[in-house]
Ligand binder design. Sequence first.
Ligand SMILES: Nc1ncnc2c1ncn2[C@@H]1O[C@H](COP(=O)(O)OP(=O)(O)O)[C@@H](O)[C@H]1O
Ligand SMILES: N[C@@H](CCC(=O)OP(=O)(O)O)C(=O)O
Length: 286
Amino acid sequence: MTESERQMREKLKGKKRIVIKIGSSSLTHPETGELNLYKIEKLVRIICDLKGEGRDVVLVSSGAIAAGRQALGGQKRPTTISEKQAYAAVGQARLMMVYQRLFSEYNSIAAQVLMTKDTMTNDASRYNAQNTFDELLNLGAVPIVNENDTVSTHEIQFGDNDRLSAVVSALIGADLLILLSDIDGLYTDDPRKNPDAKFVSFIPEINEELMGMGKDSSGSDVGTGGMTAKLVAARIATDSGCDMVIANASDVMVIHDIVNGEPRGSLFLAHPNLDFDLMDYMNSKY
Ligand SMILES: Nc1ncnc2c1ncn2[C@@H]1O[C@H](COP(=O)(O)OP(=O)(O)O)[C@@H](O)[C@H]1O
Ligand SMILES: N[C@@H](CCC(=O)OP(=O)(O)O)C(=O)O
């Protein structure tokens, strides 16, 4: 690790408002598609501990479609948009039931926040969402965010929750975004396809060469977006002044290591772009 990376990782200890995103592939058992309750329980415990340290935490959790698929006894991945929406409607309720129960075991409150692109592009809705986040964090609750899949197909059609988590980070002024994935972080190429791909642990600045490293192939049967979506998220987060780490969700204790400055995952440094305007971004590129 270079001295500059070490210094920047050390600064992660002081992060006060953290957004954590966990993908469907990390929340479910690959063999059966069932929710991985042990992992979710550990994740909840770590989040409660971060709160105990005086930090605000927001969780962006995918998994509604995967949980619905399993609840409905479905064996195959849903293909049509309406099928995905119906699975998500069943699964979102199930997912929240699990989170509510686990957070209450640690004397914490989980709150559901479902968003769409319109939440961000409409001034009144964006303002309302921002106020709700602030109020929930003041109350000590943990907002659990997902796309409102039943009324919007933007994410499940075009992307994934990676960008949503970056947009939420920008909206609430988070200082750290942690994307938990099925892989250790960014490699120079998709390591599942290119055995010569090298791990990249520190990204002080995102350029076009780096954007080209991310391929949109997903590593699992339930994930979407691949590394491309995570790099787009990194652009939004770092432009808005938020550091971002991609790390492996195989052991969620990695969150604890990251906020203790240990060299885990790929760290993308914030470089606040004074021209960055979340509204412009949502209207033009999202
Ligand atoms: N340059 C890269 N570095 C790392 N992973 C990559 C890269 N390009 C493509 N990928 C693929 O992206 C996958 C992670 O994306 P995805 O499956 O959408 O994650 P998740 O469901 O965990 O959010 C990896 O498993 C890997 O196969
Ligand atoms: N809103 C959908 C999101 C699906 C999605 O983006 O999944 P992932 O690629 O695992 O982040 C769900 O909850 O199933």
